[in-house]
Design a protein around this ligand. Structure first.
Ligand SMILES: Nc1ncnc2c1ncn2[C@@H]1O[C@H](COP(=O)(O)OP(=O)(O)OP(=O)(O)O)[C@@H](O)[C@H]1O
Ligand SMILES: [Mg+2]
Length: 268
């Protein structure tokens, strides 16, 4: 049986920032196409750095990132990824509608297709009343909705959501997940980071725990609970990457990636 190209492949990815901070160390990860994948870890673990490497927003120090088999820096890779960033970065001079249509343009959508899609996104994310309003006039939650709408504009095959529900009200959170689940059901690969562990447990088919820039464990929520003899994902988290545990414990998973991280241990 032919093996399908993974949506995402990180090979020995290392990122050291210019000031010397080692944010990712020898990180291996493959996310199968169509998977709803969770990336969990404490503040500063390296999640956003990892995402930035996938989206070609940071220069990697070593290693390789492939998106559906294409190197992350290529146009082919960039076109199939949609990113809703953790930091809300909207152009303050554009309206909601313009934000979406222009984004479509950057990704090669025709004007009428972009307009149609923008209208659809405005509907889905309940931004109709604000369609002609410039982004600084949106509430915090509305900005986040627009960020998501923008990430989905060009119908990406891999959608990356970096803490998408921070600051989003309960109702929208429910609707958002309904929509993301539908996308996933249609075959879109989802990479999610969140600090809401219950959310991850409910949504993600597979989860990677990351601590101190290293892959600590990767499995289904059930698998993780079993392996760490824990009643909940929160307990797994606390036992592995929570409260500074990652530095003392080091990689503990039984998979190859973590073992190789443990074996190298260099560079700090
Ligand atoms: N531009 C930068 N220059 C130097 N260090 C950076 C830079 N961006 C991030 N870092 C550092 O890299 C490490 C990983 O940061 P990153 O933003 O990837 O963490 P994170 O897992 O996304 O955390 P959070 O849950 O808080 O969003 C941290 O030590 C952070 O201070
Ligand atoms: Mg982050």
């Amino acid at each position: 049986m032919p093996v399908e190209t993974p949506a995402l492949e990180l090979r020995a990815l290392t990122k050291r920032y210019d000031d010397g901070t080692l944010a990712l160390e020898n990180f291996d990860l493959a996310v199968p196409a169509g998977c709803f994948f969770g990336l969990l870890g404490p503040n500063g673990a390296g999640k956003t750095t990892l995402i930035s490497a996938i989206c070609n927003l940071v220069r990697v120090s070593a290693g390789e990132v492939l998106v559906f088999g294409e190197p992350a820096h290529t146009l082919a890779a960039r076109r199939v990824v949609g990113l809703a960033e953790q930091d809300v970065n909207l152009d303050r001079f554009l309206t909601v509608e313009e934000t979406l249509v222009y984004h479509g343009g950057y990704f090669g959508m025709g004007r009428s297709d972009a307009r149609r899609r923008a209208a659809e996104m405005i509907e889905v994310f309940d931004l109709r009343a604000k369609a002609k309003v410039r982004t600084p006039k949106l509430s915090g939650g509305m900005r986040r909705r627009l960020l998501l709408a923008r990430a989905l504009m060009h119908r990406p095959r891999l959608v990356i959501l970096d803490e998408p529900t921070a600051g989003v009200d309960v109702e929208l959170r429910q609707e958002l997940w309904l929509y993301i689940r539908r996308l996933h059901a249609e075959g879109t690969t989802i990479l999610l980071t969140t600090h809401y562990l219950e959310e991850a447990e409910e949504l993600c088919e597979e989860i990677a725990l990351i601590g101190g820039g290293r892959l600590v464990a990767r499995d289904t929520a059930d698998g993780l609970r079993e392996r760490f003899d824990a009643a909940s994902l929160t307990e797994v988290y606390m036992k592995t990457v929570g409260a500074g545990r990652s530095d003392e414990a080091g990689p503990v998973a039984g998979d190859g990636a973590a073992a190789s991280a443990a074996a190298t241990g260099a560079g700090r």
